[in-house]
Design a protein around this ligand. Structure first.
Ligand SMILES: *Cc1c(COP(=O)(O)O)cnc(C)c1O
Length: 385
């Protein structure tokens, strides 16, 4: 019997080795890994530059606490500030912690308490993360929840009507493409309504880029596709290419809210993590690299549209290398079949297959994966006819 809390229902695959797009299990079976640790290894598994940077740091110094100067943290913060519309960075260890920090920052900076989020969102498992998440199943049994959250339907520009007389709104927080909620991209009308609401209410705009950031959608951050100007951006997953790390990026106008003693974490900005972040960002933020990821995303979408156009596939959507295939029914057995065929993919809700290949994926690997998807879906449709 396992000594682990059974908080996850795990597949019967134990990955022992991985490189780039490929992963190999304990039996030597190889897979195209279109999960990449859930949008974490955006440069592929064991990327040489990141591995080298962490190895070097391992022999110098691991951890000194945030009571000391930290040139690696300064460099990582400079990179994030230079490639976003934020100016200041706080490092933490995970996505939920980044959102936790963002909500604390928004409340303290505005002196207001209410946070508006959206149905089907996902913002993490801590108390603020759970409270921000617009899905009841995440919260069951854990109440009482942190107060002050309002949930609106996503992609409905008229939804803000219901809050037109509401006072004390500190921030609106959203994913521009909902990840766990089904790979749902925001529409332009909705995002315009978000910005109008934020300026009417003098509320901050927090964009959760934990899944969509670090090149995943073919831009450094997904909000850039939509011309948004967030006050706070949260990142984690892809930030260290597999090294656990998160960050809150904010505008310099928020500086007075995060002063010495106001917020902190022992491990945040740890030197091993920062070595991984610096190496990752030096590659991801190169314009040619992002351009190539965007092109591969378009190639993948076009190929999927052409090859999977049967009745079972309802919609194929996404941006860059974050793609959802919405099906006319549950996808869990298709995901198992794909494992047999040597392709690892995720669900996003019961009916959506989510593809998150590394940004370094080749076109051959993309077309091979599409072939496997076509085969698994065809088999499923044949069985169910
Ligand atoms: C994964 C995720 C989180 C939570 O990140 P953790 O590192 O698991 O705490 C928050 N928001 C979004 C959009 C995510 O995809």
């Amino acid at each position: 019997m396992s000594s682990l809390f059974q908080t996850y229902s795990r597949w019967d695959i134990d990955i022992k080795k991985a490189k780039g797009t490929m992963a190999e299990d304990e039996n030597g079976k190889t897979y195209l890994d279109f999960i990449q640790g859930i949008a974490v290894s955006n440069l592929g598994h064991c990327h040489e530059a990141v591995t080298e940077a962490v190895k070097q740091q391992l022999d110098s110094v691991w951890h000194v606490s945030n009571l000391f100067q930290n040139a690696l943290q300064e460099e990582a913060a400079d990179q994030l500030a230079a490639h976003s519309n934020g100016d200041l960075v706080f490092f933490c260890n995970s996505g939920a912690e980044a959102n936790e920090g963002a909500i604390k920052l928004a409340r303290k900076a505005t002196g207001k308490t209410k946070i508006v989020t959206f149905l089907r969102s996902f913002h993490g498992r801590t108390y603020a993360g759970m409270a921000a998440t617009g899905q009841d199943k995440i919260k069951t049994g854990f109440g009482p929840m942190l107060e002050g959250f309002h949930y609106l339907p996503y992609n409905d520009p008229s939804a803000f009507e219901t809050l037109k007389d509401e006072e004390g709104i500190a921030a609106v927080m959203l994913e521009t493409i909902q990840g766990e909620g089904g790979v749902n991209p925001a529409n332009t009308d909705f995002l315009e309504a978000v910005q109008t609401f934020c300026s009417d209410k003098q509320a901050l705009l927090i964009i959760d880029e934990i899944q969509t950031g670090i090149g995943r959608t073919g831009k450094g951050f997904a909000y850039e596709h939509f011309g948004l100007s967030p006050d706070i951006i949260t990142v984690a997953k892809g930030l260290g290419n597999g090294f656990p790390v998160g960050a809150v990026i904010g505008k310099k106008t928020l500086a007075d809210a995060f002063t010495p003693g106001s917020h902190g974490t022992t491990f945040g900005g740890n030197m091993l993590a920062m070595a991984a972040v610096n190496a990752t960002l030096q590659i991801v933020f190169q314009p040619e690299f992002l351009q190539e990821a965007a092109e591969k995303g378009e190639y993948l979408l076009a190929l999927l549209q052409a090859e999977l156009n049967g009745p079972f596939v309802k919609q194929i959507r996404g941006k860059g290398l974050m793609v959802g295939i919405e099906c006319d029914g549950p996808v869990s057995h298709i995901i198992s079949e794909l494992q047999t065929l040597g392709l690892l993919v995720l669900p996003a809700g019961p009916n959506v297959i989510r593809l998150l290949p590394p940004l370094t994926v080749s076109k051959d690997e993309l077309s091979s994966a599409v072939g496997k998807l076509k085969q698994a879906i065809a088999q499923h449709t044949a069985v169910n006819r």
